[in-house]
Design a protein around this ligand. Sequence first.
Ligand SMILES: [Zn+2]
Length: 436
Amino acid sequence: MTAYELVVRSRRVVTPEGERAAAVAVRGGRVAAVEPYGAPLAAPEDVDLRDLTLLPGLVDTHVHVNDPGRAHWEGFETATRAAAAGGVTTIVDMPLNALPPTVSPDALDAKLRAAEGRCHVDVAFWGGAVPGNVEELRPLHDRGVRGFKCFMSPSGVDEFPPLSPAELRAALAEAAGFGGLVVVHAEDPALLREPGGPSYRQFLESRPDAAERGAVELLAEEAARTGARVHVLHVSSAACLDVLEAARARGVRISAETCPHYLTLDAEQVPEGDTAYKCCPPIRSRANRDLLWDGLARGVLDCVVSDHSPSTPDLKVPDFAAAWGGVSSLQLGLPAVWTEASRRGFGLPDVVRWMAERPAELAGLPGKGAIAPGRDADLVAFDPDAAVQVDAARLHHRNPVTPYHGRTLRGAVLTTWLRGRPVDGVPHGRFLLGAE
Ligand SMILES: [Zn+2]
């Protein structure tokens, strides 16, 4: 009998073929075999989860780590610890809010130095496309970034300016030349305005659905024209869904994500002055939220990823016009989405498709996102029925600010294995810079 280093059994293993009883055998950090639940398999460690579920580690392709430069907002040590505690075994770091932003190979080197030896999960990187750096895209691609993020409207930080429509076209054309992916914050700056005051209603009115829809229309046109592969980040407005569907129907290579906060929170429940809820694009109405779930069910939206974008608490002033825009939820995405998904009749295989399989495909990480032979043994023991009240101060995020504070969420992560090793406080994360 061949020996394995680890076997994990569960009556509810979520595999690409659905949920079933199985024994997952690990060798060399990878899933070597998926056998029947009671199969005799020799391993020094044999864990039986019984009725608890075993999920693949989630892949969160939208995380702002802010390190180096703004590590007091969030750093690699805290972010990746929070990720592991939340069942996320791979993050893809966003190129902005760190200093320098990841817009050149030198800046990527600075990122790698900041992250070296401090990552509890595997980490990949997006590069940035900003005005004037089109010549850096190919070298960044060759260094292993998963694609390029750009903004169509101001980003919130001066050192990462948006692309004009002409610059966007140039970036897409450049990326298309080497098969690169461009991921886009799509809001039309011409349709955004300064909020008329500090209230949530005024903030929401300042960033209308039409701004998102119009930007997605323009992006789809430019993707069609250049042949580039594009991805719409954090879709908050359901008004984008038919634009995405129509573009795909005519062969445009466009995918899209939404985020836990757009699926689980709504404008009607934002407490006045509680800017933990502020993000761009904004959390919209309850009716809009229902339509986003419909978009997920129909596959118009591919991924659910956190857009974890923290800051220090002092920037979250109780004024929706002035506060930093960004929601912190890296550690909470899985229970938040599961709470709402289960209420709406979805199963864990759906959640895994949105939060692991599709994000891994998006970022070009074929070793990640599923429990299947040959994949990395990134595994999560999950109690799908636990009820846990969120205490922001007890999360691993660097700063205790999250709109989920005080909420009771369904599901608890019990153990997270990264390439077959339990995440145990010693950083074993790797950089994903190749064709992993
Ligand atoms: Zn973001």
